[in-house]
Design a protein around this ligand. Structure first.
Ligand code: UPG
Length: 474
């Protein structure tokens, strides 16, 4: 069979890379006539990514990883703090020419097989122009959910109609992709006009692509998926999720001894008795908040496995050994909880969620974490930190009934935002002691998610349709 090429350009963040790589693998599993090249943009703020990519490259020898030269000036940390989506988008999109050069000189020049598509991350919409200049189709790879895709399209429509940006005293918004009216407080990522415009302008560009690939479970997000289907000014949507890296231990920062320690500890715990706490690739807290979490967990009386990370404040060194957290946590906490609790650093999250001892997941509601919990039927407790995590948490609690609310509007870098120990205790107890209904729902969603990937399932069909589109484009 004649080969076709695909060029993937993911964003340089763990939460974006994981699903892009999973998707590339899935495409190759379905049709190994594709040659896939991943063009990788440098992310010096996250050293763990380099390790992750090195391990990926050694495992997935059938995917070619090419680093785009690291010559673009980095957004200064202050710009990232003020307007993260904007600073991150500008940085990635400034790679436009470098990406074009890489496609011409390293992909086209090395192989005569035609490129069926440039599959680019939701933040790298300049890739559409690159693809157009080269006469190649392009597809958005949307690493978050269908409802959030809808929200970005909705913002772009509001802009086109000259409607106002979001303001604190607005009534809750009726956004067709969410079943319930959405309050301003769960949209902190759109509170500044600059961030609002960033998401609106990416949303507008999506319309110029040849398709939008979404990492979601259509049957779980049925409301959003239906609303997107009803929209007639967007390219075809392919819901190909849930893309989960079941061997997630190739991820950064995890050493085998620590992994074994956590897993062995879980093996000794009763079924569904452990609350797992983990807050994604950027989830760290200050000392006071860590202390408060410890108090809340201890008071709940439930077992816990906590991926703990301290946010470095100026001049402060991170405790590099977990035992050193004893100095930060309440006096005697580690001793008192030594039979019921376990701390870890970077967690083997997917393996933990798959373990029968885990009964609930306190999560920042990053979309990969959400899909991983969904796959393994673990009900969630919401503690969003930044990005679109708040609106994800809102959707999980209010629209989908898959999570208990701990907070929906905590902002990671807002010193006045603080989650109290009592609220943590209450949410943990609510889930562990009265969460039967949520647990049943999580189980049902898990069964659904596992069905749709196999032959005849909606994701399976979507991937097939996409591959057909690519091969016709060839
Ligand atoms: N993970 C671990 N161990 C840890 C922490 C994370 O294995 O200790 C893994 C986790 O299993 C998941 C990934 O790292 O596969 C994290 O992804 P995600 O849950 O999506 O969180 P973020 O890294 O925060 O992801 C970014 C954004 C988030 C967005 C997501 C997808 O912060 O808001 O939903 O990208 O676009």
């Amino acid at each position: 069979m004649k080969k076709a090429q695909l060029v993937f350009v993911p964003s340089p963040g763990v939460g974006h890379l994981v699903s892009a790589v999973q998707f590339a693998k899935l495409v190759l599993d379905r049709n190994d006539s594709f040659l896939i090249t991943m063009l990788l943009v440098n992310n010096p703020y996250d050293g763990s990514i380099t390790k992750y990519i090195e391990s990926l490259a050694s495992i997935h020898t059938h995917i070619r990883f090419i680093a785009v030269p690291a010559t673009i000036a980095l957004p200064p940390p202050e710009a990232l703090a003020i307007s993260p989506a904007n600073a991150f988008s500008c940085y990635i999109n400034d790679h436009k020419t470098l990406v074009k050069d890489a496609i011409v000189n390293q992909v086209i020049a090395n192989n005569p097989a035609p490129i069926a598509s440039v599959v680019f991350d939701m933040f790298f919409t300049a890739a559409i122009d690159v693809a157009k200049e080269l006469g190649i189709p392009s597809h958005v790879f949307f690493t978050s959910n269908a409802a959030f895709l809808g929200l970005m399209l909705y913002l772009s429509d509001r802009e086109d109609k000259g409607e106002p940006k979001f303001r604190p005293n607005d009534h809750d918004y009726i956004i067709p992709y969410y079943a319930n009216p959405v309050p301003y407080r769960v949209l902190p990522l759109l509170h500044t006009d600059c961030e609002y415009l960033t998401f609106a302008s990416h949303g507008k560009k999506f319309k110029d692509a040849n398709g939008i690939i979404v990492n979601t479970v259509s049957e779980v997000e049925s409301h959003a998926v239906r609303a997107l289907l009803a929209k007639d000014d967007i390219p075809p949507i392919f819901n190909v999720g849930p893309l989960v890296d079941h061997k997630g231990n190739s991820l950064s920062g995890l050493d085998a001894v620590k992994r074994d320690e956590s897993m062995k500890w879980l093996d000794d715990q009763p079924e569904k008795s452990v609350v797992f706490l983990c807050f994604g690739s950027g989830g760290a807290f200050d000392e006071a908040q860590l202390k408060e979490i410890a108090i809340g967990l201890e008071k709940s009386g439930h077992r816990f496995l906590w991926s703990i990370r301290l946010k470095p404040s100026k001049g402060q060194l991170l405790p590099n050994e977990l035992n050193n957290y004893g100095e930060i946590l309440p006096e005697g906490f580690l001793e008192r909880t030594k039979n019921t609790g376990m701390l870890c650093g970077w967690a083997p999250q997917v393996e933990i969620l798959a373990h029968k001892a885990v009964g609930a997941f306190v999560s920042h509601c990053g979309w990969n974490s959400t899909l991983e919990a969904l796959w393994y039927g673990v009900p969630m407790i919401t503690w969003p930190l930044y990005g679109e995590q708040h609106i994800n948490a809102f959707q999980l609690v209010k629209d989908l009934g898959l999570a208990v609310e701990l907070t929906l509007d905590f902002r990671k870098d807002c010193p006045e935002d603080f989650v109290k120990a009592d609220d943590i205790t209450k949410a943990v107890k609510a889930m562990m002691e009265q969460g039967g209904e949520l647990r049943d729902k999580a189980k049902a969603s898990s069964e659904m998610a596992q069905k749709i990937l196999v032959e005849g399932g909606s994701s399976y069909v979507a991937v097939g349709n996409l591959i057909d589109q690519w091969l016709e484009n060839k």
